[in-house]
Design a protein around this ligand. Structure first.
Ligand SMILES: Cc1cc2nc3c(=O)[nH]c(=O)nc-3n(C[C@H](O)[C@H](O)[C@H](O)COP(=O)(O)OP(=O)(O)OC[C@H]3O[C@@H](n4cnc5c(N)ncnc54)[C@H](O)[C@@H]3O)c2cc1C
Length: 446
């Protein structure tokens, strides 16, 4: 095992580069990057990069919640809802893996301290969003992403074998050759906070660089998310998939001000909010998949010449508005709209990227030793259109699978007992959460 090493070398004779040696470099500190780090054993040294401050990631913005298999009887309808939203272009194996892993993932988050809304009897409360045939989304107020990401970040900061480099932007990857002459990824090149060049040498590289919203004039994403992982992958001949599958969210708060569009969560419509045109008439079924609702809004705007439509919370009980949609209520008040009193102006905005770096079900790209997970990759879960609240789940499930695969490759020579011991070491914060499945999972036993 190599511990992490830091040094300086002159790469081209003129400009010295700082060099960091580690086992795994993870580019991105959203839920995908963080959860991948948390699922690697202490025996591996890990370096994580964040382009800006760590809280500048879309994971912090997720409002509505995260899907989970409600009960065993929910499997078929969860599967079907995901496929219907995805226009049946989804990769079936990936959808199956995600749904089956969903309950252990939520249990793991809870063991790590993440709080989800509960009913009076203490059981988890489930909400519903567009295109879901039943409630199966767990949530924390309307700031689920912040709740999850903050906890995962704190857990990663506690890891003795991992460190985070903020304001450090990956600009390229490093390539090398394996014994047989196969081209492989050997780490990344980055620019540090003071503009210094950094080479991070690693056995495994994980892209968790998020979406592409920064490339659009109206988007709900952080502007620093500009598809860097995809660009660099393409430059190295790594296979990309469905780069035109971009999701537009039907309801962002309309504003004349430039900058990130504020999202009005889909669960608002799930809880009864309705869309109206300038004449106060409903013009579509609000609970259809996002692409259908967005298309209906655009058509209505074209028909009436309006710059936006309206979202009315009239049918949403006041206690739900004040209890569940606290932050939306506050943010709209800041903008001069009281959602308890009158409709708010909304307009569709770029929101999510279903395409990306092609990966297999272990999050491996077509370049050996390079992995991708989260929004930057395409593992086929979402097909042509993402079902609401499936992305946090998909990111976590396939980040964990990337970590599993890295560990399996790294310890391939070891015995099953050593592998199991390594697996248990990574679970020490959540004793018991994965012990049952780890050995079989990592040794490939069925
Ligand atoms: C407003 C909003 C609401 C949402 N609500 C929900 C929801 O309710 N439920 C749900 O399931 N999903 C929701 N989503 C989608 C979900 O939040 C994202 O798909 C998910 O969080 C993506 O996680 P990620 O780890 O892949 O990327 P991110 O969390 O975006 O993290 C990307 C990371 O990559 C880093 N990075 C990028 N490029 C570089 C580079 N060149 N060098 C170094 N670092 C780099 C960034 O700094 C960042 O740390 C929402 C998204 C938005 C925008």
């Amino acid at each position: 095992m190599s511990g992490e090493k830091d040094g300086v070398i002159a790469t081209d004779g003129s400009r010295p580069a700082r060099v960091i040696d580690c086992d795994v470099v993870i580019v991105g500190c959203g839920v995908a990057g963080l959860y991948c780090a948390l699922n690697l054993p202490e025996a591996l040294s890990v370096v994580l990069l964040s382009k800006e401050a760590v809280d500048h990631c879309d994971s912090m913005l997720a409002q509505g919640g995260i899907c989970v298999l409600h009960d065993p009887g929910d499997y078929e309808s969860f599967f079907e809802d995901t496929l219907r939203a995805g226009h049946y272009e989804n990769r079936l194996e990936s959808v199956d893996l995600m749904i089956r892993a969903s309950r252990p993932i939520i249990d793991d988050l809870i063991k790590r301290g993440v709080r989800f809304a509960r009913r009076a009897d203490g059981e988890l409360d489930y909400t519903r969003e567009g295109a879901h045939s039943r409630p199966r989304i767990v949530y924390h107020e309307d700031v689920t992403g912040e709740e999850i990401t903050t906890h995962l970040l704190a857990c990663v900061r506690d890891l003795p074998h991992a460190r985070i480099l903020e304001h450090t932007c990956m600009t390229d990857i490093l390539e090398g050759f394996e014994g047989s002459g196969t081209r492989v990824c050997r780490g990344v090149v980055a620019t540090g906070p003071d503009g210094e060049k950094i080479e991070i040498h690693a056995d495994a590289t994980v892209f968790a660089t998020g979406g592409v919203g920064g490339l659009y004039s109206r988007s709900t994403n952080f502007s620093c998310l500009t598809g860097d992982g995809c660009r660099i992958a393409a430059e190295h001949g790594v296979l990309l998939e469905h780069m035109d599958y971009v999701q537009v969210h039907p309801t962002s708060l309309w504003s004349e001000r430039p900058g990130r569009a504020f999202l009005i969560s889909e669960s608002a419509r799930g809880e009864g909010a309705i869309l109206l045109n300038d004449a106060g008439e409903r013009f579509t079924d609000e609970l259809q998949p996002r692409d259908v609702v967005s298309a209906a809004i655009f058509a209505e705007m074209r028909r009436t010449g309006a710059e936006h439509v309206w979202l009315s919370f009239e049918r949403v009980p006041r206690d739900v508005i004040e209890g569940h949609f606290t932050h939306i209520l506050e943010r709209c008040l800041e903008e001069g709209y009281d959602i308890r009193e009158r409709p708010i102006p909304v307009v569709p905005a770029q929101h999510y990227f279903m395409g990306g770096i092609h990966v297999d079900s272990d999050s491996q790209t077509t370049l050996p030793h390079l992995f991708a997970c989260g929004e930057t990759c395409c593992n086929g879960v979402h097909g042509k259109n993402r079902l609401a609240s499936n992305s946090l789940l998909e990111a976590l499930v396939f980040a964990q699978r990337a970590a599993d695969r890295i560990m399996r490759d790294r310890f391939a020579e070891d015995t099953a007992a050593q592998l199991a011991a390594a697996a248990r070491m990574r679970s020490r914060f959540v004793a018991g959460s994965r012990d049952v499945t780890d050995v079989a999972l990592l040794t490939g036993a069925k």
